[in-house]
Design a protein around this ligand. Sequence first.
Ligand SMILES: Cc1ncc(COP(=O)(O)O)c(C=O)c1O
Ligand SMILES: [Zn+2]
Length: 427
Amino acid sequence: MAAQTVASTTESTVDLGPATALSCRECGHRVPLGPVFACEECFGPLEIAYDFSAYDTEELRKTIEAGPANIWRYAPLLPVPADVATKPNINPGWTKLVKADNLARELGVTGGLYVKDDSGNPTHSFKDRVVAQAVEAARAFGYTTLSCSSTGNLAGAVGAAAARAGFRSCVFIPHDLEQGKIVMAAIYGGELVGIEGNYDDVNRFCSELIGDPAGEGWGFVNVNLRPYYAEGSKTLAYEICEQLGWRIPDQLVIPIASGSQLTKIDKGLQELIKLGLVEDRPYKIFGAQAEGCSPVSVAYKEGHDVVRPQKPNTIAKSLAIGNPADGPYVLDIARRTGGAVEDVNDEQVVDAIKLLARTEGIFAETAGGVTVGVTKKLIENGLIDPAKTVVVLNTGDGLKTLDAVAGTGLTATIRPNLESFREAGLA
Ligand SMILES: Cc1ncc(COP(=O)(O)O)c(C=O)c1O
Ligand SMILES: [Zn+2]
């Protein structure tokens, strides 16, 4: 079956494949597809509504399996035109699902432990997935400048995608990010602006810029294009299930900054169930934060439905969002699926980065240290069942956060002769 467009022209006129409208997550109010993100009735977040009714399950499965080795194999389930694979794009996705047997032995997992290693994306984080969707929406709405507020990885993903797809880019980050993140964001030739403040200040500034003539004609991937952007995270759910032989794992451990990725992975799993591509079986979603920025974890443990903002102070800078937009939805999902939200301190983050590297040869950024550290903690406190399948996300590359493991280096420095080698105790 060819990827097809089932857009209802009575609702929307742009061609974004099976996407038909924007629908409010809170009250269900629908508006045509456009660069808007908040409901005009209740200010709730807008999400993409689809028409998947024309799909036959087995034909869809065949289409996906015959598709390219990137996220566009799932184009029939995304807000993109059917011919998206032919457009200039950095084509992220189809990253490795690593069976982590050595780590499983260390952690006592017997039911199968996997690391979904998204450091393998073009700009070395999962953000390439979400930006790829936003680029298609930006094209459809006629934007020529791409922008974002970022904790680092998103800025690099926007820079690269804009360079390849022919957009101008101007992105905003907290001025004091890791050098690896700054270079990765600047190298693609767009404008990179450091803001004196934390991510929440950057985000507030971007919201002001959108309402100002200076920001007119700009597509902010995670603000006015957020409904499209967010859908990119569903591809993580699709890939994990397909790579497991079209099966939902029992337990998933997912990092939380704004909480968007976690909520969309849940949405992706629900879609696969509804489409009949996987068996409808229970799964548990666990959210992972750093103790120095743990507003969702604190709300979870205190039994609250709302998230109280925090001022971040952690080495896990990519996850340092003190006022997470999707926090309440993360709480819903963790509770509905029987999962949990947990946090680890910076020392545990570093230990977990080293543990993953030492056991599996995967060098994670601090966000990966958070998920591996939280997985260990949840096994120890009995919330993750080690006899069942666990999938842990590594969403970024350790080369971007080298400072976190400063001090890791040479075992010895020797003269170029055997005597010196023996003296160093290496023989
Ligand atoms: C490496 C990494 N992992 C996870 C996240 C969390 O993303 P979200 O805001 O969707 O929760 C981010 C966000 O910047 C990130 O950079
Ligand atoms: Zn609403």
